[in-house]
Design a protein around this ligand. Structure first.
Ligand SMILES: Nc1ncnc2c1ncn2[C@@H]1O[C@H](COP(=O)(O)OP(=O)(O)OP(=O)(O)O)[C@@H](O)[C@H]1O
Ligand SMILES: [Mg+2]
Length: 232
C-alpha cells in the first residue's frame, strides 16, 4: 500500500444502539479519511461516540448506514468469518476497558493474537516477552489480569495490540490508567510503531496525549466537527 492510500475511508457512517423500541444514536454521519502512516488523535466529550467509532473501524461492530473501507476492505459487505480474518490480519485494538482474558496469564494474553495468526509459539513467546519487557511488566508475565493493577492491565492490553505489528492500530484511551512516566513510555512505543509505518488512531481526553499525534479530530454528538479532511 502506498503512503497516499487511505487506510480508513468512512463516509456518512451511522450507528445506533437499540434497546427494544428505544434507539440511542451514537454515530450520526461520520466522515473520516486516514492515510497510510498517519497518527491521528480523536478527542471529544464522554458519550460523543469515540469508542463506537473505533469498534466500527475495527470490524467489531457494524454500522447501520454509510460507506466504510478499512485497509482496502469493504467492511459492511463482509460476513463474520471474513471480518474475523480482517481483524486478525489488519487491526490491533487497545480497548478502553482492556478486555483481557481473565483465565489466561499476561504472557498468554499477549501471545494469543500472534498464535491465532499462525506465528510459531516460540517466536510468539519471544515477541510477547520483549514487549512486556519494553513496557516494564516482564516480571508480571505469569499473573492473570485480576491479579494486576489497572495500569498493569493497560500495558498488557497495549502489548497484545502491538504483537502482530498491525497495519492499523486503534487505541482507546491507552494511557488512561497509567502514571505520567508510563504514559510517556507508551506514547514513545506508539510513535515507534508509527515510524515503522503503522497507522494509528488514538482516542484521548488528554490534550497533552493528543499533542503526540500529527492530526487531531474532534467528535461531538456522533459527528466529526473539525479536521476531518486528510492533510494535503
Ligand atoms: N451497548 C450500548 N447500548 C446502548 N447505548 C450505548 C451502548 N454503548 C454506547 N452507547 C451509547 O452510545 C453513545 C456513544 O458511546 P461511546 O461509548 O461511543 O462514547 P465515548 O465517546 O467513547 O465516551 P467515553 O469518553 O465516556 O468513553 C453514548 O450515548 C452511549 O450511552
Ligand atoms: Mg469510550
Amino acid at each position: 500500500m502506498s503512503s497516499t492510500e487511505l487506510v480508513v475511508d468512512a463516509r456518512g457512517l451511522t450507528k445506533a444502539y437499540r434497546d427494544g423500541e428505544i434507539r440511542y444514536p451514537a454515530l450520526r454521519g461520520v466522515d473520516l479519511q486516514v492515510r497510510a502512516g498517519e497518527f491521528v488523535a480523536l478527542m471529544g466529550p464522554s458519550g460523543s461516540g469515540k469508542s463506537t467509532l473505533l469498534y466500527v473501524l475495527a470490524g467489531l461492530d457494524r454500522p447501520d448506514g454509510g460507506q466504510l473501507r478499512v485497509a482496502g476492505h469493504d467492511l459492511p459487505s463482509m460476513d463474520e468469518t471474513a471480518l474475523a480474518l480482517f481483524r486478525r490480519r489488519c487491526v490491533g485494538i487497545v480497548f478502553q476497558y482492556f478486555n483481557l482474558l481473565h483465565h489466561l496469564d499476561a504472557l498468554t494474553n499477549v501471545m494469543l493474537p500472534a498464535l491465532l495468526a499462525g506465528t510459531p509459539p516460540g517466536v510468539a513467546r519471544a515477541r510477547a516477552l520483549a514487549l512486556l519487557e519494553t513496557l516494564d511488566i516482564a516480571s508480571l508475565a505469569a499473573k492473570r489480569p485480576p491479579q494486576l493493577s489497572g495500569g498493569e492491565r493497560q500495558r498488557v492490553a497495549i502489548a497484545r495490540a502491538l504483537i502482530n505489528e498491525p497495519m492499523l492500530l486503534l487505541a482507546d484511551e491507552p494511557t488512561g490508567s497509567v502514571d505520567r512516566g508510563a504514559a510517556e513510555h507508551i506514547l514513545d512505543l506508539l510513535a515507534a510503531a508509527n515510524a515503522r509505518g503503522q497507522t494509528i488512531v488514538l482516542v484521548t481526553h488528554d490534550p497533552a496525549v493528543a499533542g503526540h499525534a500529527r492530526r487531531v479530530l474532534h467528535l461531538r454528538n456522533g459527528q466529526i466537527v473539525a479536521g476531518a479532511a486528510a492533510p494535503a
